[in-house]
Design a binder for this molecule. Structure first.
Ligand SMILES: Nc1nc2c(ncn2[C@@H]2O[C@H](COP(=O)(O)OP(=O)(O)OP(=O)(O)O)[C@@H](O)[C@H]2O)c(=O)[nH]1
Ligand SMILES: [Mg+2]
Length: 445
């Protein structure tokens, strides 16, 4: 039974890769006790049959990466997990949030934050089985990870200037951030949990889509029940912008407590309700397939004005405040709106300046009461901003910002016309008709 299933799952390119990865890259040295011998053209010896124990996939992302790129990496991993589940019972362990560069409110402790603070975990579970890290510890009985696979690029870069999919066990390029203690147990940063350790550690050089990891997890580290892929952003999307991408994305619904706060702000300040704006959602994301253009949105313009490090590094997409104000004004006039909601990471004095530059309009931004900031942290407040932006009649983001991309996707999910969504500010050095973001139309099953 095994072979036919496998060939259906793997398109021919991946099948080829699967074979070459298994043979070329790993031979016997990843963990001799683990190896299931496999030979090209002979897949009969893959073990099937008796129920195998549940296995746990953990992952993390380079520490410098922000919240919204991390959401993108989740989508890649989620689809890898689906691939694994075609053969074995795998569950994804959600990496606790914390220590992000942009979460600057010093008075708050912002580590070991469970996903349920930000996302609706039940919705995630409708796509793949996920558990929080605490549940993993409870379910597996100990805060121990069997194997860390630390991803890195290739020291030599692309050979012959050609990009090809490949994966190999290699020496670590940088000194590993996990080091064995006196007992040979690997210690390091495990989301701020000091009692966690790992039993084994390897560096893998990788160049490819997330699916490239599947044969390794299924056939090369088979005695490892829990496998932790660190630097998971090294793996690319298997099918960017296609149905699997969108299913994973649609399952990433924000936590209800955050949506409610955003909805309350919309109702109280922006005359915006789902009924009037045609942005009602279904309880289960799988049943939500609105017609493109069916959402109207509230009677306000929303912008995401990314400042801070973007402005300091003088990225070409960044507009000065007067230039941003001009563009906001032009859109307000074009769409006959009087109110603008500004989501921004700008410091207070810049927000004040922007308001001064738009004296004839009502300019709103979300300032969280102390309790909301304490409970939901900087990450929760950023989500409230995104949620409010997602419901505006017209949206304009900042070029290149994943924070803006995620808003654009959210609006697609709600059923907005792409013309009212895929827009961005033009930077100071750019022409007035600068290139607008590429449109990623939602794809349903
Ligand atoms: N509340 C709030 N926070 C913001 C806003 N814009 C940026 N931030 C914060 O700054 C972070 C931006 O980092 P990312 O989420 O990585 O997005 P990005 O930096 O725009 O995109 P990359 O260039 O891909 O990193 C967010 O996660 C927020 O914490 C905003 O409009 N409102
Ligand atoms: Mg960032």
């Amino acid at each position: 039974m095994a072979a036919p299933i496998r060939s259906i799952i793997f398109p021919s390119v991946l099948l080829f890769l699967y074979i070459s990865v298994g043979i070329g890259a790993f031979n016997s040295d990843i963990d001799p006790s683990d190896n299931v011998a496999f030979h090209s053209g002979n897949q009969q010896n893959v073990q099937f049959g008796a129920a195998k124990p549940r296995r746990f996939l953990l992952y993390d992302v380079n520490h410098g990466e922000g919240f919204n790129l991390r959401r993108d990496v989740y989508m890649r991993i989620a689809n890898l997990l689906r691939r694994l589940r075609q053969d074995e019972d795998w569950v994804l362990v959600l990496p606790p949030w914390g220590g992000l560069y942009h979460w600057k409110t010093r008075s708050l402790e912002q580590i070991r934050i469970p996903w349920s603070t930000f996302f609706n975990v039940e919705s995630l579970n409708r796509f793949i089985p996920v558990i929080e890290f605490d549940e993993f510890v409870k379910e597996s009985g100990q805060a121990v990870i069997d194997q860390i696979l630390y991803l890195q690029g290739y020291k030599e870069g692309w050979t012959n200037g050609k990009w090809e999919e490949k994966i190999d066990e290699r020496e670590c390029i940088d000194p590993p951030s996990y080091q064995p203690d006196g007992k040979g147990l690997y210690r390091g940063w495990f989301w701020g949990y000091s009692d966690v350790y790992a039993k084994a550690f390897k560096c893998l050089s990788v160049q490819g889509m997330a699916g490239i990891m599947a044969p390794i997890l299924l056939h090369n580290v088979t005695t490892r029940r829990s496998v932790f892929i660190d630097r998971a952003e090294e793996m690319l999307h298997d099918y960017y912008g296609q149905v699997d991408y969108w299913n994973a994305r649609r399952s990433m619904r924000f936590a209800k407590h955050l949506r409610d706060i955003g909805d309350e702000f919309r109702a109280n300040s922006l005359e915006s309700t789902d009924e009037k704006d045609k942005t009602q959602t279904t309880e289960d994301w799988r049943e939500m397939k609105p017609k493109p253009g069916s959402a109207l949105g509230g009677p306000y313009l929303a912008v995401h004005l990314r400042r801070e490090d973007y402005a300091r590094s003088k990225r070409k997409e960044v507009a000065t405040l007067p230039r941003a104000a001009e563009q906001i004004k032009a859109a307000l006039i074009k769409y006959d709106l009087r109110k603008v909601f500004v989501a921004t990471d700008a410091p207070k004095h810049e927000i004040k300046e922007l308001k001064k530059l738009l004296p004839d309009y009502k300019v709103y931004n979300y300032v969280p009461p102390k309790g909301i900031l304490e409970n939901f942290k900087d990450g929760g407040v950023a989500i409230i901003d995104q949620w409010i932006c997602a419901h505006a009649r017209y949206f304009m983001g900042t070029g290149g910002s994943t924070f803006s991309f995620r808003i654009q996707e959210e609006r697609q999910i709600l059923g907005f016309d792409t013309k009212m969504t895929y827009n961005r500010f033009c930077g100071d050095t750019e022409p007035e008709d600068c290139e607008q973001p590429s449109v990623w139309k939602i794809v349903y099953d």
